[in-house]
Design a protein around this ligand. Structure first.
Ligand code: ZN
Length: 298
């Protein structure tokens, strides 16, 4: 059986959307592969992420991943010194091009920073409002309903899982794990299916010591490939990183993986894997990431 890799793109910021998405689409066209985009549809409040500076590990991560040169200073001021701009509505072209070129497109959120920082405190009603705003704009522009949703920062609560279930997504990708599964949280089972990310992200890898060595821009592709050991591997990338400064690393990854015989597929194909089980979702830590993320239990 051919081993498969799905590339999941989180579009978090206006700059990643306006500039990074078209560049990634060019690379996917050159390499003749399809990928899965999840769009932050509404406001870019990236500047408020500065608040996370007070959280353990954030400053080190900012410096290690060279965040100011990756994100641009303007992005880092959105929602604080500069007003929070809207991402998709003023410039629907990258979104529509991704659809036209037959990539999978889904919803990341309305406001990434709001979800990532506040989710544990948000009521079902507020979560529903946030997702509904994104769903409505998606449908207005695309002419069809979004089938999938991927929570910002892999942040979930029983309330967010319940709202996603009510909204009737065909699958979600909110969790870090190893195989598609039905989520159970606090003893309760939820639909839809979760298709988890299986690999560490670039910002988690760079500067971290993994498998006994420091991961750098030079060896990250080989590190990722050595961990594409599932039948269905999912790499999450960011339009702000792999779509901008780190685009050559993305292209190298695709070329090397193809040479090794991997097939690139859309994330939704995870619905077809055999033997889907129920698994616990818990809040756990990952190397190179401040705070917890939703993880798949064994
Ligand atoms: Zn994101």
């Amino acid at each position: 059986m051919t081993k498969k890799i799905a590339i999941k793109i989180d579009v978090d910021t206006k700059r990643g959307y306006d500039v990074g998405v078209p560049r990634m689409l060019d690379v996917f066209k050159q390499e003749n592969i399809k990928a899965s985009f999840f769009f932050s549809m509404g406001t870019d409040n990236s500047g408020k992420a500065i608040r996370r500076i007070f959280r353990k590990g954030f400053l080190a991560k900012m410096l290690r991943t060279k965040a100011p040169s990756t994100y641009g200073f303007k992005t880092m001021m959105y929602g604080t010194l500069l007003p929070a701009p809207h991402i998709v509505e003023p410039n629907p072209a990258p979104f529509l091009r991704a659809i036209k070129e037959n990539h999978e497109c889904g919803i990341h959120c309305w406001d990434h920073v709001y979800w990532q920082d506040k989710l544990p405190y948000l009521s079902e009603e507020t979560i529903r409002n946030e997702l509904t705003k994104a769903i409505n704009l998606f449908e207005k522009l695309a002419g069809f309903k979004a089938k999938a949703c991927a929570a910002p920062g892999w942040q979930v609560t029983p309330r967010s899982l319940k709202v996603q279930q009510e909204l009737g997504f065909s699958y979600c990708s909110d969790v870090r794990g190893y195989y598609p599964f039905y989520p159970v949280m606090n003893g309760k089972k939820y639909l839809p299916l979760q298709i988890p990310g299986t690999l560490l992200t670039m910002d988690e890898c760079l500067g971290s010591t993994l498998d006994g060595k420091e991961i750098t821009e030079e060896n990250i592709v080989d590190y990722w490939l050595s961990h594409c050991d599932q039948d269905f591997n999912v790499l999450t990338i960011h339009s702000e990183m792999e779509g901008l400064k780190q685009l050559p690393i993305l292209q190298t990854f695709i070329k090397k993986a193809k040479k090794l015989g991997y097939e690139f597929i859309k994330l939704e194909e995870g619905k077809n894997v055999p033997n889907i089980k129920e698994c616990e979702v818990y809040h756990g830590y990952l190397p190179g990431r401040a705070g917890t993320v939703a993880r798949q239990g064994k």
